[in-house]
Design a protein around this ligand. Structure first.
Ligand code: FAD
Ligand code: FES
Ligand code: FES
Length: 1326
């Protein structure tokens, strides 16, 4: 076994990086002219001037990201969420500190930045760093080299976030780097390789990481050299003039650089009742998107007086315009000053507010005003300031300044007034400050409940509280701030007296009255949090005075830095061949430099139009009328399209089996909220979106929607249709030949529910359709070209051969672009057909969430019988999935097929079923059905073990599948009478994992830990898997052409590159088969000509099957070349190719893999996952301490890529089980978790602190392609171990609470579930 490290080489240090960065900088910057009616800024050294009087297309809401992409034509910068929640749009901004004049280099979310606020900015995008022609930047190279890109859609944002950090001249430490990536989502990689890449720049980088740096940095890569050999770049000379812009769209935009003018303008606006917005960081628009429109904007970023920071005898002063980033530094430093010790904790708290780019520009005043305008906003800044007795100073003129307590400020009329600064008081004496933020996710998540405490205690006097304490909670209800009665009750009380706490808890119970607004957590949980947090504070104050095993309650969970180890074989057997070796992804550098083109990067076409969907806001109703007249009046709107305008079939998808229909636009019946009703087509996306909001829809009376699987089941049971309408007919059952044992020694009965999961691919759904001579050219983000072509042809009633589909790459999909992407493609094609113009539709994230189905939720009812060893001899399970509104991509048949996993299934009868609900048609999502099937059987194993009080591993061992055991017949994968003839690798894997993962020792340590800690618990779980890879009926083709002049090779194949690395594996395979270096090979866009009739990319099998087709296509050519080669003496490749061409040899090969290729057979994939978690029982938060995963990938074709697939898939699975929860409005059926604010996918600190991945060695696959196995989906099935590990931790807490009975834990588990199920009763357990 070898470690995945590159040959020894010293990693280049951070000092090198800085040198390199200096070297890479552009030519000296021009002086930006100061002007009163133009906004001037630099992008990558080029000056852009926006003239207010002559710029019809820009309005005050126009964002920098669009300017960069559409005006500067720099497509490297991407957008996904447009709300500061994903990091795709991050660029670097150089500005000057208005107070000190010092240069500030900061990462900024260009999606939140108004173009008009960029006056004087010097902006760098990913293109500024490096490119193919001039050489790449070290940051770009390292990210590529470490396998930090898959689909690449997040990569530019990652690079620029890192670049901004490095350029802000900090001493780079690994921890800083990790902390900085708290706002950049990567749905593909699982983050570990991104961290490794960037941490390699840190002074304290792990030597293993350093070793991997290789010699990838060479001086020749400095783009600066080609532009004149510059080595440093002075900051652009920023003008500081006021701006007074009268925008062509009618609004005013003032940029102010002094307070006096600011007041004049504000007073004037107030007097004239002009609706205005003060613009500071403008990040508030990421949270409250619909506060406008405004008639005037007053930009105050450049007012020096708003950026003061000072400390005097009695207080510290923070200017209103201080950014959160600056506030952190200031407060953390201030914490070392006598009288301000508490400030350190405040600074620390702010580190968990929003994310780095938001904190870089978001200001304190902006945050406080958000709370002022939206009392229900759980502002952390408000809370911590209020708790310490801060004052806010509000002014309407330089002399008219009033101060308020923060709570009082909430009701102050702010028209014409400005927050100018805040003060926090110096406090003498022993003050304890604690603040908390309990969230869905550790990073970049608003609080369920936040809390801040400032308590003066005297330890010498039994911890007497010597003055009225300050106890504040957020997230309770819009009015609640101070727990005043509790504060009173605690005043003068002795904390060491147990009755004090009891009384305080009782008081809290009485005075805290949380409201309930979905998707917030329940009032019960939030109330309990207030009590538990107070308890934490008290335990912290009492310290050693509290019982030893309670100490764990005092602290919050600390997430340690991430570390990883990846282990795999490499193979020297093939000498120079790149196969079976770790190679960098073909497109990695292009992705890291923004050169990789995605559909929405294709330049705007002549006369191009944009489409925006009008969607239903109600479920389970019918349309009465749709009135688009107002929308059609909007200048620039071209037409509004409904179902009536579709010339052919109104369906974008007929179902995986081709036996259904899903309307492009609803005709009458609205089943789900979010269904498309029509499409506004306009000259720009902005116009189309704005006009779509004006379309009026009247509905008939709606019926209450059925949104949950259990509701649908109960309804069917009540109506007596459960068996007939929900359960599939018996022939679909997966059943052993033996009947279940009716007299099993032990019997259990239970249920298990699994939630849905949104795909959250970073590239939103998008299509560009261009009319051409013989039909339509379609650039679609689809995993299924054939389906796209067919459905467009049907909708338009045109022949299939009039449609050309092209897919170069897609920015992530995970199944979302199998059937769902076609919706956008068909709608765009209809619009293009009608208007005869190019039409582009790019969904925004919210529309994507609302319009698109997701992973299917599941409900299982089971009964099992077993003996004293846990050997199951009877199992009846009804496995029901929620197909959403149409039963088109249902997966419960897969689920039951996968339930046998690595077990003997004697006496099993598994019955699949499905319900329909008033939610969108649910669809395939990475490891569809398989994930649930394996989770369901593993949950049953846990239940059996719990009943017998045995280690669940022993129970699993008692059930292992052995050679000669019957296999359950299931849907073409296994047949009636099949017996297991292979080798079940699971027992060996488990043995190895138990050894390498110190299973027994860790189990012992965990038991000890749990005994000694009442309020922190650890849990360990080991989950094995046998995954039936059987999607072999698919058809996938490849086309290979060798160019005679230079012997280079072009390939186009049927697989869609969506981050899984298919192009790299294809190039490796072709290079291997033809015996040439990979550098000779280019993989071109997939298209429906060379890949006609191919199936979709999915099921994790596409790479292998396409590699099969590639091998055959290359072999065809090689066979034709062989006679010529024979006649030549040791020819070079180029010579051979030329001679073949001269000899009339066809140098093109094509092959379609299909079920007829009998040498490729279904096979099993084995693996296991050992996961350890730590849970805070008082808050319900958890972290993954360590995760060891072993997977059998056969003989991995490309180990770095397979490791990436394993980690990425695993982390998506961790999200499914422990984070991502979908919540619908029970009345309207509308999805409430439809953006990054409410729906939380894993961020870097969600991944295991210590993650160790092993690709099994010496495990070639005799049945698969080139002895390899699929990797993209199976690891997701293993992620369920996290659920069981959390469950085991909860179990330990329940046991302390006196309950050792089995309990049901469904996925995804939330902190609220943890607290509820831990039986933490505040009254009883304190
Ligand atoms: C993705 C994301 C996550 C976030 N997470 C959290 C979180 O976890 N906890 C939390 O507390 N906050 C969170 N926030 C909120 C964030 O802290 C605020 O967006 C930020 O502080 C606002 O500052 P700004 O300068 O950008 O304000 P702007 O957006 O510029 O302005 C916001 C409001 O303040 C007004 N305003 C600005 N300056 C002044 C002034 N001097 N006087 C009077 N009015 C003024 C504006 O008119 C506007 O109404 C999050 C924001 C985002 C985008
Ligand atoms: S697009 Fe800007 S943060 Fe998501
Ligand atoms: S590579 Fe990060 S989202 Fe795909």
């Amino acid at each position: 076994m070898t470690f995945a490290v590159a040959p020894n080489s010293a990693c280049l240090s951070q000092a090198f990086l800085r040198n390199k960065m200096k070297c890479i900088l552009r030519k000296p910057q021009p002086q930006l002219p100061a002007s009163n009616d133009t906004v001037t800024f630099l992008i990558n050294g080029t000056q852009y001037t926006v003239s207010a009087s002559n710029n019809g297309s820009l309005n005050p809401e126009s964002r920098l990201v669009d300017y960069i992409r559409d005006q500067a034509k720099l497509k490297g910068t991407k957008w996904t969420c447009r709300e500061g929640g994903c990091g795709a749009c991050v660029v670097t901004a150089r500005t000057k500190d208005p107070q000190t004049g010092q240069e500030l280099v900061r990462a900024v979310n260009s999606c939140l930045t108004p173009v008009y606020a960029c006056d004087g900015w010097d902006i760098s995008t990913v293109e500024d760093l490096g490119n193919r022609r001039d050489g790449y930047h070290p940051i770009q190279k390292r990210l590529a080299h470490f396998g930090g890109t898959q689909c690449g859609f997040c990569s530019a944002g990652m690079v620029m976030n890192m670049y901004s950090l490095a350029m802000s001249n900090k001493n780079l430490k690994s921890q800083d780097i990790e902390n900085t990536f708290d706002g950049n989502i990567c749905r593909c990689t699982g983050y570990r390789p991104i961290f490794d890449a960037f941490k390699s720049f840190a002074d304290d980088a792990d030597p293993e990481i350093k070793k991997r740096c290789d010699d990838i940095e060479d001086c020749g890569s400095c783009p600066g050299k080609s532009s004149g050999g510059c080595c440093s770049r002075p900051a652009a000379n920023l003008p500081s003039a006021n701006l007074d812009l009268s925008l062509p769209t009618g609004e005013k935009w003032n940029k102010i650089t002094d307070l006096k003018t600011t007041f004049e303008i504000l007073n004037n606006h107030a007097k004239n009742k002009i609706k205005y917005r003060i613009v500071a960081g403008n990040t508030g628009t990421g949270v409250f998107k619909f506060d406008g429109p405004y008639d005037a904007y007053v930009e105050v970023n450049n007012v020096p007086d708003l950026s003061v920071l000072s400390v005097n005898k009695s207080e510290a002063v923070l200017g209103a315009g201080i950014t959160l980033t600056k506030a952190i530094d200031f407060l953390e430093n201030l914490g070392n000053t006598e009288g301000f010790k508490y400030a350190g904790g405040m600074g620390h708290h702010i580190r968990r507010v929003a994310n780095t780019p938001v904190r870089n520009f978001g200001t304190i005043a902006g945050n406080i005003m958000m709370k002022h305008d939206h009392h229900d906003f759980p502002s952390d800044i408000f809370l911590i300031l209020e708790a310490v007795g801060a004052k806010v100073y509000v002014a309407s003129s330089p002399t008219d300044i009033s101060s308020y307590k923060l709570v009082d400020f909430l009701n102050v009329d702010m028209r014409g007034r400005l927050i100018v600064y805040f003060t926090i008081p110096k406090r003498k004496g022993n003050y304890v400050y604690r603040s908390f933020k309990i969230t869905k996710r550790h990073q970049n998540a608003h609080a369920y409940v936040n809390a801040a405490f400032l308590i003066k205690v005297d330890p010498a006097l039994d911890f007497k509280i010597t003055e009225k304490p300050s106890i504040c909670f957020g997230g309770i209800n819009p009015k609640f701030v101070h727990a005043t009665r509790t504060e009173d009750a605690l005043t003068g009380a002795d904390l060491a007296d147990p009755n004090t706490l009891k009384k305080a808890i009782k008081m809290l119970d009485e005075e805290v009255e949380p409201d309930h607004h979905l998707p917030d957590s329940t009032p019960q949980y939030r109330k309990q949090l207030t009590q538990n947090l107070l308890y934490k504070v008290v335990l912290g104050i009492l310290g050693e005075k509290a019982d030893g095993n309670l100490h764990s309650g005092a602290e919050v969970l600390i997430r340690e830095q991430n570390s990883g180890r990846q282990t795999y074989d490499t193979d020297e057997e093939f000498g120079m061949s790149p196969l079976y070796k770790p190679v960098a992804k073909l497109e990695a550098l292009a992705q890291c430099s923004g050169e990789a083109e995605y559909v929405n990067d294709i330049p705007k076409q002549q006369d191009e139009l944009s489409g925006a969907f009008v969607t239903a806001t109600l479920a389970n109703t019918e349309i009465k009328t749709i009135d688009a007249s107002e929308a059609l009046k909007v200048p620039g709107v071209v037409t509004f399209i409904t179902s009536k305008d579709i010339p052919g079939r109104n369906s974008f998808y007929d179902g995986f089996m081709g036996n259904g229909k899903e309307e492009v636009f609803v005709e009458t019946e609205v089943k789900a909220s979010g269904q498309a009703l029509g499409l506004v087509v306009a000259q720009s996306r902005e116009i189309a979106l704005a006009a779509a909001k004006l379309v009026k829809v009247e509905y008939q009376e709606s019926k209450r929607p059925v949104l949950k699987i259990k509701e649908a089941i109960s309804k069917a049971k009540e109506e007596g249709t459960f068996e007939s309408a929900i359960m599939y007919p018996p022939f679909m059952n997966v059943k052993s030949p033996d009947e279940p044992n009716p007299t099993s020694q032990y019997k259990i009965k239970g249920e298990f529910n699994i939630g849905g999961q949104a795909h959250v691919q970073m590239e939103n759904h998008v299509t560009l359709v261009i009319p051409q001579e013989d039909g339509l050219l379609v650039y679609a983000a689809t995993q299924w070209m054939d389906q796209c072509q067919m459905m467009i042809a049907k909708a338009l009633n045109i022949p299939n051969n009039s449609i050309d589909i092209k897919v170069k790459r897609i920015g992530g999909a995970y199944g979302s672009k199998i059937s769902r992407g076609t919706h956008v493609a068909v709608a765009a094609a209809v619009a293009s057909h009608i208007t005869r113009k190019p039409v582009r539709i790019v969904l925004d994230m919210e529309h994507g969430f609302e319009m698109m189905g997701k992973r299917l939720p599941y409900h299982t009812e089971y009964e099992a019988g077993f003996d004293q060893n846990g050997k199951i001899d009877a199992l009846q399970a009804k496995v029901i999935c929620d197909s959403g509104m149409y039963d088109l991509d249902t997966t419960s048949a897969f689920a039951v097929a996968f339930m046998q996993s690595c077990y003997n299934a004697k006496g099993w009868n598994l019955q699949p079923g499905r319900v329909t609900t008033n939610t969108h048609t649910n669809t395939f999502c990475r490891a569809p059905g398989t994930t649930q099937g394996i989770a369901i059987i593993e949950n049953i194993m846990e239940h059996v073990a719990d009943t017998l009080k045995k280690d669940p591993v022993e129970v699993r061992q008692a059930n292992f599948l052995k050679p000669g055991d019957p296999l359950l017949p299931c849907h073409g994968k296994q047949h009636e009478g099949d017996i297991f003839e292979g080798v079940n690798l699971v027992p060996n894997i488990i043995e190895e994992l138990q050894r390498s993962g110190d299973y027994e020792e860790r189990k012992r340590l965990i038991e000890e830990f749990n005994r000694s800690n009442r309020w922190k618990k650890r849990g360990l779980a080991l989950v094995p898997m046998r995954y039936l890879q059987g999607f072999h009926g698919m058809k996938l083709s490849a086309f290979v052409a060798i160019h005679n002049q230079d012997g280079t090779v072009s390939i186009s194949h049927a697989g869609v590159e969506c981050g899984q690395g298919i192009n790299t594996k294809v190039a490796q395979t072709a290079a291997h088969t033809l015996g040439i270096p990979m550098s000779k090979i280019a993989v071109k866009a997939a298209n429906n000509l060379t890949a006609a009739n191919s199936d979709c990319t999915g099921g994790a099998i596409t790479s292998e099957l396409v590699c099969y087709a590639i091998t055959r296509a290359c072999q065809q050519i090689a066979e034709r070349m062989a006679p010529i080669k024979k006649g030549l003496e040791d020819p070079s490749w180029e010579e051979l190719v030329q001679k073949c061409n001269q000899g009339g040899i066809d140098l093109r090969g094509t092959y379609q893999y299909s079920a007829n290729d009998a040498d490729v057979k279904p096979y099993d994939i084995y693996g296991a996952n050992l996961t350890e978690v730590e849970v805070d029982i008082l808050t319900g938060e958890f972290k993954i301490v360590r995760l060891d995963l072993v997977e059998d990938a056969g003989k991995s074709l490309s180990p770095e890529i397979d490791i990436g697939q394993i980690e990425g898939s695993l982390v998506m699975g961790l999200g499914l089980w422990s984070e991502e929860k979908l919540v619908f409005d029970p009345e309207t059926g509308r999805l409430l978790t439809r953006n990054t604010w409410e729906y939380k996918v894993p961020l870097p600190k969600c991944i295991p602190e210590d993650i160790r991945i092993v690709i099994m060695r010496n495990a070639p696959n005799p049945l698969g392609v080139l002895r390899s196995k699929a990797t993209g989906e199976p690891p997701l099935c293993l992620a369920v171990a996290v659920l069981f590990a959390i469950k085991n931790a909860i179990k330990a807490a329940r046991s302390d609470a006196g309950n050792t009975e089995w309990f049901q834990l469904d996925g995804p588990v939330t902190p609220e579930d943890v607290v509820r199920l831990s039986l933490t009763n505040s009254g009883e357990h304190f």
